[in-house]
Design a protein around this ligand. Structure first.
Ligand code: GDP
Ligand code: MN
Length: 399
């Protein structure tokens, strides 16, 4: 789970990381008011969207008076900011953060990530900040310091100082820098983060070290025990199909094909996708409804798959161990009653209560194509989809 810059700054500030004075706004008027509240005579107006590269995309604006703040905010609110990380759809700006500017002497990079290879938290730092870490790695690889944290003892003060010295900063700033590194590490560890990035971390002309940008990502699987973090989730920044699925306890990934899949278990979902491809089709999604799926949950899964306009046929493939085929069948019928489906639907049930499940489907009188094995199901759904396509083309031709 990602959070906004202003949220990450507030968290890091609580762990002793210095940040500029700032305030959040939901309207241009509020932005101007925040600037007045912060004081001074120069501000940065920053779009709060879950992406990096905002500066280059026009999402960070330097303003010299209140009118400029108002204009900048007017331009940003409601805008779809497209950065090199967002893809062509961009992310819509609903919140803006206003900060007093800081006189920058030097920009540095500080990041903490989970390094899969060493299975440790790794601190990555560089004296060449202000650009993305990928660019630093490409242009100035020698400036990058990597330091792995020993989990049994955690980040040690000497280790933080060693990193700080490695950045080539003045001795006067080494202690400040070491405290910032320790603070970021504690925030990472205590809050189940998977990434903390401060870029740029700047040294001001007055010699203090300040975080000008901050980014944090958290482990979704730990959010049940971090209510203060999970409430920071901003659904306006997520793929609506995926966040709707997450809200319903379903695991969903949108894909580009035409055949919608409703499957229980990630392994079976993968196998189903393979079989659809083998039969000459392309899956429109990966959807795992999990074990113990009640009729309500199956119906929710249907609504989700049908909300994707690309879907031209649906395959329900359930192997019921914990699940019960009769429940799944009831769910399918419930969904069809609420939402008549005008695309071919193939259902394959196997496992617990399979006979009852099949009986419920057969007696429903609904146009459901049934299959017994997985390969049969995949072939039938692809054939039904192709038939349906031909049929539709014919209709168009005779018009
Ligand atoms: P990002 O592009 O999404 O990573 O957004 P950042 O918050 O990193 O802002 C982009 C750039 O704007 C930074 O690298 C800075 O050079 C500049 N910037 C941000 N805040 C300030 C500030 O307070 N003063 C000045 N002079 N520049 C700033
Ligand atoms: Mn940045």
């Amino acid at each position: 789970m990602d959070i906004h810059e202003y949220q990450a700054k507030e968290i890091l500030s609580g762990f002793g990381v210095p940040i500029p004075r700032g305030g959040l706004a939901y309207s241009p008027e509020q932005a101007a008011y925040r600037a007045r509240e912060i004081g001074g005579n120069q501000w940065v107006v920053k779009a709060q969207v879950h992406t990096g590269g905002r500066g280059k995309a026009g999402g960070v604006k330097l303003c010299n008076d209140e009118h400029e703040v108002l204009d900048a905010a007017n331009e940003l609110f409601g805008k779809r900011l497209v950065t090199h990380q967002t893809g062509p759809d961009g992310k819509v700006v609903y919140r803006i953060y206003i900060e007093g500017t800081v006189p920058i002497e030097h920009e540095l990079y500080l990041g903490l990530v989970l390094d899969r290879k060493s299975e440790r938290v790794m601190v990555v730092a560089s004296g060449a900040g202000g650009m993305e870490i990928e660019d630093i790695a490409a242009n100035e690889p020698d400036t990058i310091i990597r330091s792995v944290v020993e989990p049994a003892v955690g980040m040690q003060a000497f280790q933080a100082r060693e990193i700080a010295f490695g950045l080539g900063i003045e001795p006067a700033q080494v202690q400040q820098m070491a405290e910032i590194i320790m603070g970021c590490y504690r925030a990472f560890r205590d809050l189940d983060a998977t990434m903390v990035e401060v870029n740029p971390l700047v040294i001001t002309t007055e010699g203090s070290v300040v975080a000008l940008d901050a980014k944090m990502t958290f482990d979704d699987n730990a959010m049940f025990r971090r209510p203060n973090i999970s409430e920071l989730r901003d659904k306006s920044q997520e793929d609506p199909r995926e966040s709707q699925a997450a809200d319903r306890g379903l695991s969903y990934v949108g894909l580009k094909g035409k055949i919608g899949c409703i499957v229980n278990g990630a392994g079976l979902a993968m196998a189903t996708m393979d079989m659809i491809k083998q039969a000459g089709g392309e899956p429109a999604n990966f959807l795992d409804i999990g074990g113990g799926a009640t009729p309500e949950r199956v119906a929710k899964a249907f609504r989700l798959v049908l909300s994707d306009d690309n879907v031209e046929a649906i395959l329900v493939n359930i192997f019921a161990g914990i699940n019960r085929c009769d429940w799944v069948a009831e769910g399918v019928i419930k969904a069809l009653e609420e939402h008549p489906v005008n695309v071919p639907l193939v259902v394959r049930l196997a496992g617990t209560n399979v006979e009852e499940g099949r009986k419920i489907l057969a007696q429903s009188g609904l146009p459901i194509i049934r299959a017994t094995t997985l390969s049969e199901a995949a072939e039938r759904v692809v054939a039904a989809w192709q038939n349906d396509l031909k049929h539709n083309v014919k209709l168009v031709d005779t018009k």
